[in-house]
Design a protein around this ligand. Structure first.
Ligand SMILES: [Zn+2]
Length: 252
């Protein structure tokens, strides 16, 4: 499994070039940074956390932060140590959270050494995320998502399954893709509300049971429209998810 990127593979591009381009908003450069560092950062986080899933969370977080903070990186040639520093900070925080939660829980021995490439874990994470975001969709959209995304029914087959024309199916999928993206955006913002520096949303969501519904999606989406902090986070989080999924949403 490889990640999609438009950066040509036959030319070695320096970290410095990538960092500058990504800081200027070049998504392909961001994806290239991800391709270059997601796996080593994941291995690094596994080493600290001894847990592949926690490490995946950590790496996702690193790229969310990196996407937002890259423009502030003064020395573009320091990309590599900078990414590792973010990873280290995140892993340390995850460790202290874990210690607080369960001081004497034994960790399974195979957690750190189990097989399976990083991408597999990342795709699992994304699948769970999309499953949760699906809670913010209408019943019909959810049904189409289930067919197209989970069962891989697409094209003419999907049109037949839905009993509509191929053209209508294409339009439906286009709309669904937008809705899923909006729903994912709202979910990602909501999940990070307490840490995100938006006191208003954090207050709105205090006591939220993590159930993501159509009503929640609309409430959060309305807030994002009027809040630049949350909107900026939504953008970078979606970028990170798009990279994590390796174009999985595009397959819809
Ligand atoms: Zn906000």
């Amino acid at each position: 499994m490889t990640f999609m990127t438009t950066v040509p593979k036959n030319r070695i591009i320096s970290d410095t070039e990538l960092a500058r381009a990504a800081a200027a908003g070049d998504r392909a450069a961001l994806a290239a940074i991800y391709n270059r560092y997601a796996s080593p950062l994941h291995a690094y986080c596994v080493g600290m956390l001894r847990d592949r899933h926690a490490a995946s969370d950590c790496v996702q977080e690193v790229f969310c932060i990196a996407t937002t903070e890259l423009p502030k990186l003064r020395n573009a040639d320091k990309l590599r140590p900078w990414l590792y520093a973010i990873a280290r900070r995140n892993a340390l925080r995850a460790l202290s959270d874990r210690r607080r939660e369960a001081a004497c829980d034994e960790l399974p021995d195979d957690a750190a050494t189990g097989p399976g490439p990083f991408t597999l874990t990342a795709q699992n994470e994304l699948r769970q995320l999309i499953a949760q975001a699906a809670g913010g969709l209408s019943e019909r959209d959810r049904h189409v998502l289930e067919l197209a995304y989970r069962h891989g029914v697409t094209g003419i087959e999907l049109a037949q399954a839905l009993g509509i024309s191929h053209d209508s199916t294409k339009k439906l999928l286009q709309r669904l893709r937008d809705t899923v993206e909006r729903s994912l955006g709202a979910l990602l913002v909501a999940r990070r509300a307490p840490q995100n520096g938006c006191p208003q949303l954090a207050a709105d969501l205090s006591g939220w049971d993590q159930q993501f519904t159509v009503l929640m999606r609309k409430r959060i989406a309305r807030h994002i429209e009027s809040c630049s902090t949350c909107d900026e986070y939504r953008r970078s989080a979606l970028n990170a998810v798009a990279m994590l999924g390796g174009g999985v949403l595009d397959k819809l």
